[in-house]
Design a protein around this ligand. Structure first.
Ligand code: SF4
Length: 323
C-alpha cells in the first residue's frame, strides 16, 4: 500500500496543509474561551480528570490579552522564526462553542480582518454543537478554510466515564454525523488519548478501525499525562494511576497508525507538556524532539507505516451512511 509521504511513515497534517494551500501554513493558537460545561458543573459534570486549570491552552499566559493582541504577537513571532506567511487561527483552549455563537462569529470577523489569516480551526467537544454554530461553520467554509477539532478522547464508554467527560460515545457519533452532513466543507478532526488504565493493544486497534468508519479528515494523538492540581494527580499520588512508558506508547501509536486509513492526516503523535513545572509524570512528555524522534525510530525499526494493515472493506459500510 502506498503512503502519502515518502519521508515519513505517516501522513502529517503539514503535508495536507501544503497540498491544500500550496504552501506551508502556521497555526496561531489563541485562548479566548473562558470555560466549558465540565468546569461550570452543568448537569452535575466535573472537570475532566486530566485537565489543568488552563483547559488545554498551549500558551495560557496570553489569555488575558485581546484576541487581536494574541494574533499580532504570535504572528510576529512566527514570521521572525519561520518566515511564516499564511496562518490559521486556532481557537484552542476550553470549549469554544460553549458561549453564544454570536461571540464566535465576532471572533471570526476579528481573525479574518488579518489578510494573511486564511482560515480558522475551532476546538470543541461533541456535546456543545448547536444549529447556530453549524450555520456559522457552514457560512465560513464557503469562503475560507474552516476546521473543527473534536475532543473525542476515547470510543470506550468506561474510559469516558473514568475521565469524567460528561458524555458517552453515542454523542461523539451524533456530533460527527451532524457536522459532516450540515457542513460538508468543514475539515473535521478528532483528538484521541492513549494510556488509560487497563487499555490494551487491541483497544487501540479498535480505535483506529472506528476512526476509519467516520467521515473525519485528521486525528490528533495524546498520551495521558499527569499535571499538577488535577484529579489525575491525586490518583497518581495514591498509586491508582501509572502513566504509560514511551516504549509502550510508541507501540500503541504504531498499531493505531498501521490500522488507520492512509488518507487521514495526523496532527501529532503525542502530547507535549510545555509547562514543565506543572508536569508530574511521565517526564518524557516534556521533551518534544525526543518523543517525536523516539516514536519515529520505533516505527522505522518495525518497518511500520500508516495504513499498513488497513483494509478498505472495514470502513465501507458505515462511511457510506454518511454520504
Ligand atoms: S478537557 Fe476540555 S471539556 Fe474537559 S475540563 Fe478541560 S476544558 Fe473542560
Amino acid at each position: 500500500m502506498k503512503i502519502r509521504n515518502p519521508e515519513l511513515p505517516y501522513y502529517p497534517i503539514s503535508h495536507f496543509y501544503r497540498q491544500h494551500f500550496g504552501e506551508k501554513v502556521y497555526k496561531i493558537p489563541v485562548s479566548v474561551a473562558q470555560s466549558c460545561p465540565n468546569r461550570e458543573g452543568l448537569k452535575g459534570m466535573q472537570t475532566c480528570n486530566f485537565c489543568d486549570e488552563w483547559g488545554s491552552a498551549a500558551y495560557p499566559e496570553i489569555r488575558h490579552h485581546s484576541l487581536r493582541e494574541q494574533i499580532v504577537t504570535t504572528r510576529q513571532t512566527m514570521r521572525e522564526k519561520y518566515r511564516a506567511q499564511k496562518f490559521l487561527v486556532y481557537f484552542q483552549a476550553y470549549t469554544n462553542t460553549f458561549s453564544k455563537s454570536q461571540q464566535l462569529r465576532q471572533q471570526f470577523t476579528e481573525a479574518f480582518s488579518f489578510e494573511d489569516v486564511v482560515g480558522a480551526v475551532v476546538g470543541t467537544r461533541p456535546d456543545c454543537i448547536s444549529d447556530a454554530v453549524l450555520d456559522l461553520w457552514y457560512e465560513t467554509s464557503q469562503e475560507r478554510f474552516m476546521a473543527v477539532e473534536l475532543g473525542v478522547q476515547s470510543f470506550d464508554n468506561k474510559q469516558l466515564e473514568w475521565m469524567r467527560r460528561g458524555h458517552l460515545v453515542d454523542k461523539t457519533f451524533q456530533a460527527v454525523e451532524r457536522i459532516s452532513r450540515s457542513t460538508p466543507q468543514v475539515n473535521l478532526g478528532i483528538h484521541l488519548m492513549f494510556g488509560w488504565p487497563g487499555e490494551t493493544d487491541q483497544d487501540v486497534v479498535e480505535a483506529a478501525k472506528i476512526t476509519n468508519t467516520l467521515p473525519v479528515h485528521n486525528v490528533k494523538l495524546h498520551n495521558l499525562h499527569v499535571l499538577k492540581n488535577t484529579p489525575l494527580a491525586q490518583d497518581y499520588e495514591a498509586g491508582s494511576f501509572q502513566p504509560i512508558e514511551l516504549e509502550d506508547y510508541s507501540r500503541r501509536v504504531m498499531l493505531f497508525l498501521q490500522h488507520l486509513r492512509p488518507e487521514i492526516a495526523v496532527h501529532r503523535l503525542a502530547a507535549l507538556s510545555r509547562r514543565s513545572e506543572e508536569l508530574i509524570a511521565p517526564r518524557w512528555t516534556a521533551k518534544k524532539m525526543e518523543i517525536y524522534q523516539g516514536i519515529l525510530d520505533y516505527l522505522r525499526s518495525h518497518q511500520a507505516f500508516q495504513g499498513q494493515k488497513f483494509s478498505p472493506r472495514q470502513s465501507e459500510s458505515r462511511l457510506a451512511n454518511f454520504q
